[in-house]
Design a protein around this ligand. Sequence first.
Ligand SMILES: [Ca+2]
Length: 67
Amino acid sequence: IDNSGYVSDYELQDLFKEASLPLPGYKVREIVEKIIAVTDSNKDGRINFEEFVSVRRSLWMFLHLIS
Ligand SMILES: [Ca+2]
């Protein structure tokens, strides 16, 4: 989380790195964009901390689906 109080897509990509998935960067960005579209509940195009918590939850569900 940076100073803006929003979670950047870079931070979401870091989550993927932590999970050490063998995915190419472009694929991760694609997935991150989809996740943002799905979890941006107030539709401002950004992920705040509340949304980030649910992003993390859906991310892990997603990772289980593709692995
Ligand atoms: Ca939002």
